[in-house]
Ligand binder design. Structure first.
Ligand SMILES: Nc1nc2c(ncn2[C@@H]2O[C@H](COP(=O)(O)OP(=O)(O)OP(=O)(O)O)[C@@H](O)[C@H]2O)c(=O)[nH]1
Ligand SMILES: [Mg+2]
Length: 296
């Protein structure tokens, strides 16, 4: 399926982010623990040059624990400061604090040398839409300072949140990058709910999800819905509709509803914890670039 996913306001948001990065000392990047590779913005290396950085693999409660550990180890080996987290949990603060304090000290030393005293550390929280940036800020602040919601595009503009004398956090709108050649990555991003509903066809997406689950997580559909899971996506969605009693007025199956139910169950982890991108995996042949059709 083709995903048209780069709305105009993202271009503006990217420009704004480039401007704001100049004002901050530290970039806190949130990525999705289920997609540690494709949920990170490759542009950040360039536009965040010279800034301290922390990476949080968020929504770790939805990802496979052993896989997350592998990812954290691999990313740390690359020299990144990285932790995994569930941003809804207030413990996230403890997990990130020591990394923040490290950055804070570094900054204070630098400022002292320059004769700047008592300026708060400014951090900017960035990441793809719906990854949990605002939720993280609220957990860190211990109050509801930023608006959150289970749909991409909740935070529309940037917002400074002052946490203490020594720390200010900037909440930013979620950003997807302008070029995403890899269709598989685009599909993964759509599956986890980072692309707006208006832009992706939910029915089509749910069929892709069935194919993905059959291939990668055989048994999960059967277990969750008590259905025979072999067959075409259409057949599987019909069986879910039957089992769950998704019916239209005349008694016909409500496929829209079963598709929505499947997507929602997947996104909230009701089908079990899953890491979509495995550590060290190259991806199936041909998925790295646009595929060139060979067989008509
Ligand atoms: N399961 C789980 N859900 C989370 C986690 N962090 C955030 N959420 C949920 O994800 C949804 C999106 O959270 P937000 O904090 O609004 O995400 P955001 O990155 O600010 O999104 P935009 O402002 O739209 O870019 C909310 O429903 C949160 O409750 C997490 O670690 N685990
Ligand atoms: Mg937000």
């Amino acid at each position: 399926m083709d995903i048209q996913w780069y709305p105009g306001h993202m271009t503006k948001a990217l420009r704004k982010m480039q401007e704001s990065i100049r004002l901050v000392d530290l970039i806190i990047e949130l990525a999705d623990a289920r997609l540690p590779k494709s949920s990170r913005n490759p542009q950040l290396d360039q536009i965040g040059q010279g800034k301290s950085r922390i990476l949080i693999l968020n929504k770790a409660d939805l990802a496979d624990e052993a896989e997350t550990k592998k990812w954290v180890d691999a990313l740390q080996k690359e020299g990144l400061h990285v932790v995994c987290a569930d941003a809804r949990n207030t413990k996230v603060k403890e997990r990130v604090r020591s990394l923040m304090e490290g950055a804070l000290k570094e900054r204070e030393e630098k400022n002292k040398r320059k004769g700047i005293l008592n300026r708060p550390l400014r951090s900017m929280v960035v990441g793809i839409p719906n990854v949990g940036k605002s939720t993280f800020i609220n957990a860190y602040a211990g109050r509801s300072a930023a608006k959150t919601g289970n749909t991409p595009g909740v935070t529309r503009g940037e917002q400074w949140i002052s946490l203490s004398k020594s720390l200010e956090l900037l909440d930013t709108p979620g950003l997807l990058w302008p070029k995403l050649e890899d269709k598989r990555e685009a599909l993964y991003l759509a599956l986890v709910g980072t692309i707006r509903r208006e832009v992706v066809d939910n029915r089509e997406l749910s069929k892709e999800l069935v194919l993905f689950l059959q291939e990668r997580f055989a048994g999960r559909l059967g277990e969750r819905y008590g259905i025979e899971e072999a067959g075409t996506p259409e057949e599987v969605l019909e069986r879910i509709a039957e089992k769950k009693g998704c019916l239209l007025k005349g008694g016909a199956l409500d496929m829209e509803r079963s598709a929505g139910m499947l997507m929602e169950d997947f996104r909230k982890g009701a089908l079990g914890r899953m890491t979509l991108e495995l550590c060290g995996e190259k991806g199936p042949a041909g998925s790295e670039k646009e595929e060139h059709e060979e067989d008509g």
